[in-house]
Design a binder for this molecule. Structure first.
Ligand SMILES: [Cu+2]
Length: 147
């Protein structure tokens, strides 16, 4: 009787340790994924005000956008001009907010036009050759409703 009970103790201990490990892993994974999708905030005073215009221009140089942060009205057409010596591109961080300007159409001297959404909000973009969605060659449009 005693010999049949003894082996079950270490087995039960292993089961408890295994359960704790399973519970701990998803908690770590969730906090990492949520922080990587949140962009650093940009104060509204950092934005160049270009509201009330149907069309504006933003330059891409090596390696940044000028202006980097631009406030626009809904539906504005934004023309990006590559004034640098290197190829660049303009990629929407949130896929589908506008049609990306690909590298093969944004060589030095090229320009491409996007239309910002009709709804107020932030429209972050970046150059995938010289940045990531969060850092490097990044820019942001702030769409604000007309008064
Ligand atoms: Cu670039």
């Amino acid at each position: 009787m005693l010999q049949r009970l003894l082996p079950s103790r270490p087995v039960r201990l292993l089961a408890v340790v295994g359960l704790l490990a399973v519970l701990a892993v998803p908690a770590c994974g969730n906090s990492e994924s949520s922080s990587s999708t949140t962009l650093p905030p940009v104060p509204e005073s950092d934005y160049v005000d270009q509201t009330g215009k149907a069309e504006i221009t933003i330059q891409a140089v090596d390696n940044s956008y000028r202006s980097q942060y631009t406030k626009v009205s809904p539906g504005t057409k934004v023309t990006f001009e590559n004034r640098g010596r290197n190829p660049h591109n303009v990629i929407a961080v949130q896929e589908g907010q506008f049609t990306d300007i690909p590298t093969d159409k944004f060589q030095p001297g090229d320009s491409g036009t996007i239309t910002v959404p009709d709804t107020p909000g932030e429209v972050p973009y970046y150059c995938s050759l010289h940045g990531t969605p969060r850092a490097g060659m990044v820019g942001r449009l702030l769409v604000v409703a007309d008064k």
